[in-house]
Design a protein around this ligand. Structure first.
Ligand code: URA
Length: 226
């Protein structure tokens, strides 16, 4: 049976536009609103069908990507690789054009972030990650068909592990690792780890497109096997 996540019971899956839990992120949001009033500049909502079997968890919106466009991974380098990969494995339909109104739809796949507001320098603090976790708890609790999770980077991985009520020491992050959580939901859930698809990781060769594809190929195979 799906374990009850106590904090998730009455918790919304998405923060309000004016969420005020993290003072530093609120101040950054206000500064961005003044500087770029046409940008989205608010907690970025999850994207994709609620009944998706695959959930992708990123770190946090990029300043000029999701924070500008209002859709996770949309408008920055990380999104170019992510959406191309999702299309290649049948998780996206339509043409990705780096904007929230490009008509792209996700198929059996949903994307969320461990931290929903853009952090300065792409670096949320430990307390911001923890403060935002109830939204991830609620998102996982609401994902009734969940079978596979792809965590993009260690922070996303650790947040997912804690949202699932497990210890980080029990399920350490490693690129390419699969963690089978057999006691979760009707079919269990497999957590797939990947390095984050950031420009930095791809430019430095930490993550190649082939390495990234192979994670999604395994997630695809997992879903197709059921
Ligand atoms: N954009 C997001 O929405 N999340 C990330 O982790 C990176 C870019």
């Amino acid at each position: 049976m799906r374990p009850e996540l106590p904090e998730a019971r009455n918790q919304a899956c998405e923060p309000d536009r004016e969420c005020s839990y993290c003072p530093r992120l609120v101040a950054f949001r206000e500064a961005n609103r003044s500087q770029a009033p046409d940008w989205f500049n608010a907690p970025v909502p999850s994207f994709g069908p609620a009944e998706a079997r695959l959930l992708i968890v990123g770190l946090a919106p990029g300043l000029k990507g999701a924070n500008r466009t209002g859709r996770p991974f949309t408008g920055d380098f990380a999104g170019d690789l992510l959406y191309a990969t999702l299309s290649a494995y049948g998780f996206a339909k339509g043409t990705y054009a780096s904007r929230a109104d490009d008509g792209l739809t996700l198929v059996d796949c949903r994307i969320t972030n461990a931290v929903r507001c853009v952090p300065p320098e792409n670096k949320p603090t430990p307390i911001e990650i923890k403060t935002c976790r109830p939204f991830l708890d609620a998102s996982l609790a609401a994902a009734g068909s969940l079978i596979a999770i792809v965590a993009l980077g260690r922070i996303a991985h650790d947040s997912v592990v804690q949202s699932l009520g497990r210890k980080r020491s029990e399920l350490p992050f490693a690129h390419g690792r699969e963690h089978d959580l057999l006691d979760y939901g009707a079919h269990g859930v497999t957590l797939f780890d990947s390095y984050h698809c950031s420009r930095y990781n791809t430019n430095t060769g930490v993550l190649t497109a082939e390495m990234f594809h192979s994670v999604f190929a395994r997630a695809r195979a997992k879903l197709d096997a059921l």
